[in-house]
Ligand binder design. Structure first.
Ligand code: TMP
Length: 228
């Protein structure tokens, strides 16, 4: 029997990539661009987002982003983000990775650490305990942190709002809050350089996709394409 190429076996395993950053940083556009490049290599991609990504978690998303949970306080919101994450991990991310898919998730644990942490009512220890329960050991292999001045990101987010659409729960926070988020994401990247890559979200979408792709290709095992 022919021996299996260990690199090929590695390539067959699922991979988990997350995208993080403040409002209007271009995560969704980048997620789609990376998914298209992976699919062009013949890989199976599962593109998803948080909060949401599974039917039950999408319902929780709606309650969170319309501000229905806000009156209960930051800890209740953190619990709801975690409840949504548990369902998403159990029903979608976990099974997709088991099938060998490349999962790209628009926001994940770092958003809880940063947003719920920045609301100031929950200590890092409590947030870490919630995270441990919610993800049950499932950590992203690679996280892109899209870094952008919040003034620019919030203006972008406002410009893509439909007429009559109201500002969502977190976009409506103060500029000081959004500045705090930016720094908190950079702090995570500095603390976990093996997992996190910071990208300049002020670049054009094509430039951003190119930079992200280079980082992805240098860190994760992509299949080799045979020359035509
Ligand atoms: P978005 O998908 O349009 O970025 O909206 C999601 C919003 O929810 C965004 O303001 C960040 C916030 N959020 C948290 O506060 N905590 C979390 O754990 C997640 C996943 C998102």
């Amino acid at each position: 029997m022919a021996e299996q190429d260990p690199k090929a076996a590695e390539t067959d395993a699922g991979h988990f990539i997350t995208l993080e950053g403040g409002e209007g940083a271009g995560k969704s556009t980048l997620a789609k661009a990376l998914a298209a490049r992976l699919e062009a290599l013949g890989l199976v991609v599962e593109l998803t987002r948080e909060p949401g990504g599974s039917p039950k978690a999408e319902r929780i998303r709606n309650a969170l982003l319309t501000g229905q949970i806000k009156p209960y306080g930051a800890f209740a919101e953190a619990l709801m983000f975690s409840a949504a994450r548990i369902d998403h991990v159990d029903r979608r991310i976990g099974p997709a990775l088991e099938r060998g898919a490349w999962v790209i998730c628009d926001r994940f644990i770092d958003s809880t650490r940063v947003y719920q942490g920045a609301l100031g009512e929950i200590g890092a220890e409590k947030l870490a305990a919630l995270e441990t329960i919610a993800i049950a050991g499932l950590k992203p292999e690679l996280t892109f942190i899209l870094d952008l001045a919040p003034e620019i990101g919030l203006a972008r987010a406002a410009s893509r709002r439909q007429p009559g659409e109201t500002v969502d729960r977190f976009e409506g926070e103060t500029l000081a809050f959004h500045r705090q988020l930016r720094q908190a994401f950079l702090d995570i990247a500095a603390a976990e350089p093996d997992r996190c890559v910071v990208l300049d979200a002020g670049l054009t979408p094509d430039q951003l996709a190119e930079q992200a792709w280079r980082a992805l290709a240098s860190r994760l095992p992509l299949p080799q394409i045979a020359p035509a």
